[in-house]
Ligand binder design. Structure first.
Ligand SMILES: [Zn+2]
Length: 498
């Protein structure tokens, strides 16, 4: 796989122009003599971009080159006014790293969330820094327009080792990389916005053999994770059919047609030496000392795999739930605040908070968070940052459910009100008269009346028809408008009919 990522720096790679990251609406706004390739304009490297690439390398366990440099990659294209792209050839900033991720053995699309996973390790061959090209728009009338806003935006290129052996692994590889880039904050890496571009090089070998067929096909212009998986699957089948029929696979670049679900030939591939790389005479080689590397290392945040492990250990959640809180980092952070407030609430109520209780309430909180609250959020197009519900109030709601102060239908009503107003759950329960009746005297009165009003049901129960207790239960719930504490009512009915 080859991954290109636009880096979210303040300015462009070799000039002081603002880096609009493809989000600038007006064309040719952030430009200057350097990024439009005027003769005599001199590039100055962006230190923040170098930091970002080195940080990505450290997060991916790469060796950081103590000595590095920029090279010119020469080719002609209308989106490249200098006639060369500044890139890195033999001394990339990072090399020899690796990434570990989980892959489902069975098809997760079939909703099989309990599916077994295996750990996949993919080597990172190199990560280097270069500049993006300008953007061309070809109109139907035959005119082509060029927008230099993107010209010289810092671009990171990552090349994996050929360790990936299925379309699904390729997709997971790209998804995990995107997550890591987002965690370390170097790019939003949104594929639809072109901030992350994935290319796959696909070649086959015979089953049981290690020798490749020798021809690789490059798959480009893919703009979603799903398309990566589908495109590779298609290409594997296409090449297998050719090889099975004794035909040759042509070395070429192919595109992905989302509508047809097919790859198509774009151009025959040139070799790397056609580019006539040479060191850029305008740019000094640079050093990335051990001291510099250590400073960057200290700045690295908790990475996705570290979070997965910690969440598993600290909260004892199910793996698929840990995954939701890892992929949605803000939701994970919110959950952590809720969990901490929750233990406070329980202690304040005089509850003993041991490991068993902790696991129970954390799972309860997690379930309300990723099902009930997440549904409200998605229905209303809200993000975690838009939430009016404080972690403290959400924790109180969970405490009320856990201690049986409200039942689940009341909890849903209260949550919806909290979502709208940001109100506190005990006030809402009070106002809407939703508190569960757990007062023995009050319940006993109701239970006695129901038993007196339904003598035949009582007789049935005594005669061994256990089901009639459900009917009596329903009567009690109806009279109390669903607020009676069900386990208490059940206990009382049994006791009184003994
Ligand atoms: Zn510029």
């Amino acid at each position: 796989m080859e991954i290109h990522v636009e880096l979210d720096t303040e300015t462009k790679m070799f000039c002081g122009c603002k880096n609009g990251m493809g989000l600038e609406k007006e064309p040719n706004k952030n430009i200057c003599p350097v990024c439009t390739g005027q003769p005599g304009a001199t590039p100055v490297p962006n230190a923040q971009a170098v930091d970002f690439v080195a940080q990505a390398g450290l997060a991916l366990q790469c060796v950081i080159s103590e000595e590095s440099k920029f090279d010119r990659k020469n080719y002609f294209y209308p989106d490249l006014p200098k006639g060369y792209q500044i890139s890195q050839y033999d001394l990339p900033i990072c090399r020899d790293g690796k990434i570990e991720f989980q892959v489902y053995k069975n098809d997760e699309d079939k909703g099989n969330t309990q599916a077994e996973t295996y750990t996949k390790t993919v080597g990172i061959h190199r990560i280097h820094l270069e500049e993006d090209t300008a953007k061309l728009t070809h109109s139907t009338g035959g005119n082509s327009l060029v927008d230099f806003n993107r010209s010289s935006v810092p671009l990171m290129e990552l090349v994996s080792e050929p360790d990936i052996t299925s379309a699904k692994e390729a997709r997971k590889f790209c998804e995990e990389l995107q997550l890591i880039f987002r965690y370390i904050g170097i790019s939003p890496a949104d594929m639809e916005k072109g901030q992350m571009r994935c290319e796959a090089n696909i070649s086959l070998h015979k089953e049981g053999e290690d020798v490749l067929s020798g021809t690789k096909v490059e798959l480009k212009n893919i703009n979603s994770f799903r398309a990566i998986e589908k495109g590779i699957e298609y290409e594997i089948e296409r090449q297998a059919e050719l090889l099975d029929n004794g035909e040759e696979v042509v070395q070429e670049t192919r595109g992905w047609d989302e509508n047809k679900g097919e790859t198509f030939s774009q151009r025959k591939k040139e070799n790397a030496d056609d580019y006539r790389y040479f060191p850029d005479p305008d740019l000094q080689p640079f050093n990335l000392s051990k001291d510099y590397q250590q400073k960057l290392m200290n700045k690295l945040p908790e990475l996705p795999n570290e979070r997965r492990e910690r969440f598993q250990k600290e909260y004892n959640l199910l793996p698929e739930n840990v995954e939701v809180l890892t992929v949605n980092r803000d939701l994970g952070n919110y959950f952590e605040q809720v969990a901490s407030e929750l233990t406070e609430w329980l202690r304040a109520e005089g509850e003993k908070v041991d490991d068993k209780v902790r696991t129970k309430v954390y799972r309860l909180a997690n379930s309300y968070l990723i099902t009930n609250l997440a549904k409200l959020m998605s229905d209303n197009g809200a993000e975690v940052s838009d939430l009016k519900i404080t972690a403290e109030n959400f924790a109180e709601l969970i405490k009320m459910i856990y201690l049986g102060e409200i039942n689940s239908s009341a909890a849903q009503t209260i949550l919806e009100e909290m979502f709208k107003t940001g109100g506190d759950p005990s006030h809402i329960a009070e106002e809407k008269d939703l508190k569960q009746v757990s007062d023995t005297g009050e319940l006993e009165e109701v239970v006695d009346k129901i038993l007196a009003d339904n003598p035949s049901a009582v007789e049935d129960y005594k005669a061994g028809k256990e089901n009639s207790i459900k009917f009596l239960m329903g009567q009690v719930m109806a009279v109390t408008k669903g607020k009676a504490n069900p386990p208490m009512v059940l206990e009382m009915l049994k006791e009184k009919m003994k």
